[in-house]
Design a protein around this ligand. Structure first.
Ligand code: EPU
Length: 339
């Protein structure tokens, strides 16, 4: 089952030149179990690879890399206007969103065009344009490496937060997500809390937007700001939007009246990291083979022959300068592997 010295250059969205010591694509639970037995026997470190779009892979990945290629989208229950849809971890996220649109099942339109696979989506509770995966999440099936069995995890058990879940923090490495279930509605209710989206959708005419209008608007807005990974290597937002206390927010707002931030549900203030980095003068900056995207300062890019070391240097320079100018410590969003 294992492919040796497997090239992962087109399996990580930064497009870094990376090799895995052992690689396997897994489509069946019994193959997963024998792969895990090999991993235990050889004492290999394990990376479970999704779409590779929220990862920074170092040149050589020792041990094992497995890619979960469990496919399929099926409607499990369809009751009045509510449906439960189950989707395999190996499905491409954007393809899944397009499929839901065709089926007339709504709730996830705002998450169109997010790169990556379905199995990776719960790990960081992907979110965009005022919607998070958790808003439509029902449950998931995962292989529990601790009990060596398949388990079902509910919304509460996943403990989703902003770009966070048990899969990323408390239980990192324990579960291998196999499929995910969402609760979706046949009645479309546009979610236009995000101003740029509302302006775009409502700006055209006064007719209420359809699901297709919102889907198309999200795709257009994303494409105008975010580089397509197959053209320019990147992992989306490189830093999380920092969350600060009210006092710090108003102190900063006094000093920088154009500061972009909004109050979150916990009464704290989430600041736009892209704005902070932009104001610190980094937009479009080039550092050797990597750089800061010129249309969105939150996105770091591989200009072609960039390396992880160069990316680390650039991110440290940005971290220091934002810290110095605003007193804010940015947190890196993608996972570096090996750590
Ligand atoms: N801004 C600037 N300069 C920049 C970038 C942004 O001034 O270079 C300002 C914008 O004008 C805007 C504000 O910062 O007022 C926020 O920017 P944007 O709307 O682009 O959203 P974001 O906060 O930068 C977050 C997510 C994105 C998601 C968008 C839309 C995080 C870390 N990022 O970005 O997620 O697509 O909102 O909801 O929360 C990702 O995670 O990879 C990702 C792309």
């Amino acid at each position: 089952m294992w492919e040796k010295e497997f090239n992962l250059t087109d399996r990580n969205s930064f497009g870094f030149n990376v090799k895995a010591e052992n690689y396997a694509a897994i489509t069946q639970i019994d193959t997963l179990e024998s792969a895990l037995a090999d991993i235990a026997e050889n004492n290999w470190p394990l990376l479970v690879l999704g779409g590779g779009s929220n990862l920074v892979l170092r040149q050589y990945i020792p041990g094992a890399v497995i890619s979960i290629a469990n496919m399929g989208i099926k409607v499990l229950a369809d009751d009045e206007d509510l449906a439960i849809v189950e989707v395999g971890a190996g499905e491409n996220w954007h393809h899944f969103i397009g499929h839901l649109l065709e089926m007339g099942l709504h709730g996830l339109e705002n998450l169109a065009l997010i790169p990556g696979n379905v199995g990776a989506a719960p790990v960081q509770n992907i979110g965009a344009y005022g919607v998070e995966l958790a808003d439509c999440f029902h449950s998931l099936t995962a292989y529990d490496r601790q009990t060596q069995s398949l388990v079902q995890l509910s919304l509460d058990e996943c403990d989703f937060g902003y770009r966070d879940s048990i899969f990323k923090s408390a239980e990192q490495g324990r579960y291998i997500i196999w499929n995910v279930r969402f609760k979706l509605s046949s009645v479309f209710v546009p979610r236009l809390g995000y101003k740029a989206l509302a302006d775009y959708v409502l700006g055209k005419d006064n007719a209420p937007p359809t699901a297709h209008d919102v889907y198309k608007a999200v795709c257009d807005i994303r494409s105008s700001k975010l580089p397509v990974p197959t053209e320019i290597g990147n992992a989306g937002s490189f830093f999380e939007n920092p969350v600060v206390a009210e006092k710090q927010y108003f102190e900063l707002k006094d000093k920088y009246p154009n500061l972009v931030g909004h109050k979150d549900s916990a009464g704290l203030y989430k600041l736009a990291a892209g704005w902070l980095i932009d104001q610190a003068g980094w937009k479009g900056y080039v550092h050797a083979g990597v750089g800061v995207y010129d249309k969105q300062a939150l996105v770091l890019v591989n200009r072609g022959k960039g390396t992880v070391d160069e990316l680390t240097e650039l991110s440290e320079m940005i971290f220091d300068s934002v810290k110095q100018k605003f007193g804010i410590s940015l947190c890196i969003e993608p996972r570096f592997y090996p750590a």
